[in-house]
Design a protein around this ligand. Structure first.
Ligand code: NG6
Ligand code: CA
Length: 517
């Protein structure tokens, strides 16, 4: 049985990122107290999609370089197997299921109340300049947004001085950039209308005009066709403001770099949400066709290149030893997520979830077990950590780092020594969430409660809807093949009790109550 302890692969001679992360010196006591913090979150990038985790099928030279100079986490988790809940937890330090978070449509209201404590507000309170650039997916406005006016409340109210974001996902309308609560490039003579209920009269949809699609849909995604790509939802107008899918990577990178440039002399916090490799996958000209994996591979190469560019830029500004850079993904990988882009047929030997069971949407480990690298030159000793770390803890951990405040009562815990590689004793337990279903992990074991529902969804991913409580030893059984619930009844009882306590009232039993005793 494959253990989940992995080592860094040797430097791949043939593939270079153009930047070799320098060896960090041991963490010093008198380092900067207010380092810049950059959190880069990829969208649907799997544990196996990053080659420093040991698989060479999908080369990611820049991430590998970052990992060689930083700390590579073997057991890092998102709270959720989809984007909106996962990002909610990252920013608020609260479990997303407490707020009934789910995948949001593009016209959803802002889901983080304006008076809620957040990680970016914590940075702001200390005088940091803060920005959110790229994928957002936490809603904006009050739920009755007029996209032609200033959007109130804007994403800025979460704690960002500057925002330049896409409202939801690349496959959802409105397909426009929103900068500080205003649609970028909007022509008032051509107002935008958005709705998710039904098509507008005269709208060109994928369902009615498949002949106009450059990228056909496989499931869902039969709404408005924009740039030849059918999306989820319905949109009219706003032609001048529509984003160009193929230049989105550069658009956001340039804003991220400009933000860093503008604030290089003061502490800054940058959340940079990469839109790759979420569907629809449309690589920029420099990466289109650059891998044998079709658009999915191309946009992973692109995302990797963007990380490399950012690292090189920080190095050029001489900021690497004063900037903690974190790279991770919002949830596990999915291959076929709604478009006919060849990702499934071109996969070959590549396993995007790196041997984990399930993937995006799943309660199995592939849903929430994500790539995670922490890099801080001179402060984080390069290496590999087997400690268990969750994105939920970034809020309290970073607050501890910079002397900020994470109020009591949040779910986030201070795990700074783990994040910095000074302790290998990670978090002991975490609730996981996948499409509204809850699971639990404790001391290297995963508990999957029974749930009604299909075994797989349209993506082909196993969702983890089991008939009875199942128990897996993640350390011994990476792929969760052996349910230990009968062999270890006492442990099962213990975890079930802890799970019910941790989720008090939120778990909806799918089996009769007496079976839970
Ligand atoms: C699903 C979409 C999927 C993706 C996902 C959100 C369909 C059939 N599927 O509803 O394509 O957009 O939502 O992904 O429409 S996430 O990573 O942002 O959570
Ligand atoms: Ca995602």
């Amino acid at each position: 049985m494959k253990k989940w302890i992995m080592t860094l692969p040797p430097v791949m001679a043939a593939i270079s990122c153009g930047q070799e992360a320098r060896q960090a010196e041991p963490a010093g006591q008198d380092g900067p107290q207010r380092p810049n913090v950059v959190i880069i979150v990829a969208d649907d990038l799997g544990f196996g999609d990053v080659s420093c985790y040991g698989r060479q099928t999908m080369p990611t030279p820049c991430l590998d370089s970052m990992a060689r100079g930083g700390l590579l986490f073997n057991h890092a988790y998102a709270t959720s197997a989809t984007s909106s809940p996962s990002r909610y937890a990252l920013f608020t330090g609260m479990y997303p299921w407490r707020a009934d978070m789910h995948i949001l449509p593009g016209d959803a209201p802002l889901m983080i109340p304006v008076d809620m404590p957040t990680m970016p507000k914590m940075f702001q309170a200390l005088g940091y300049r803060t920005a959110a650039i790229g994928k957002w997916h936490l809603g904006m406005g009050d739920g009755h947004t007029d996209w032609n006016q200033e959007i109130v409340p804007a994403a800025n109210t979460v704690g960002f001085d500057y925002t330049n974001i896409i409202p939801a996902t690349v496959d959802r309308v409105p397909t426009v950039y929103v900068e500080n609560g205003r649609v970028v490039g909007l022509d008032p003579e051509d107002p935008i209308r958005v709705r998710y209920t039904k098509p507008f009269p005269g709208e060109i949809t994928g369902r009615e005009h498949p002949e106009l699609m450059k990228m056909p849909f496989h499931h869902g995604h039969d709404g408005t066709i924009i740039n030849g790509i059918p999306r989820i939802g319905h949109m009219m107008g706003g032609t001048a403001a529509l984003w160009d899918d193929a230049t989105m990577a550069d658009y956001f990178y340039e804003r991220a770099e400009a933000f860093v440039d503008a604030h290089q002399d003061e502490p800054f916090f940058l959340y940079y949400g990469l839109h790759q490799p979420h569907v629809p996958r449309t690589a920029s000209a420099a990466y289109a066709g650059s891998t044998p994996y079709g658009p999915r591979g191309d946009v992973i190469a692109e995302a990797d290149g963007l990380v490399g560019r950012m690292m090189r830029h920080l190095e050029a500004l001489n900021l690497l030893d004063n900037t903690l850079v974190i790279f991770t993904s919002d949830n596990g990988a999915v291959v076929q997520d709604g478009y006919e882009d060849g990702a499934d047929t071109l996969l070959g030997e590549h396993d995007p979830n790196g041997g984990l069971r399930g993937g995006k949407y799943s309660l199995f480990d592939g849903g929430t077990h994500v790539p995670f690298i922490a890099y801080w030159k001179g402060h984080i000793q390069p290496g590999v950590s087997d400690a268990w770390f969750t994105q939920l803890d970034l809020y309290a951990s970073l607050a501890a780092l910079v002397g900020g405040d994470a109020p009591a009562g949040l779910d986030t815990e201070n795990q700074l020594p783990v994040l910095l590689g000074q302790s290998r004793k990670g978090r002991r337990s975490q609730v996981i969430e996948a499409m509204g279903r809850l699971g639990y992990m404790q001391d290297g074991y995963a508990l999957l409660p029974p749930y009604k529902g299909p075994e797989r969804n349209e993506t082909g991913i196993e969702l983890g809807n089991l008939k009875e409580f199942a128990l897996y030893n993640l350390a011994e059984d990476v792929h969760q093949d052996h349910d230990l619930s009968r062999e270890e009844p006492r442990r099962l009882r213990r975890l079930r009790k802890a799970f019910l306590k941790a989720t008090a009232g939120f778990y909806q039993p799918a089996v009769e109550e007496e079976k839970l005793q």
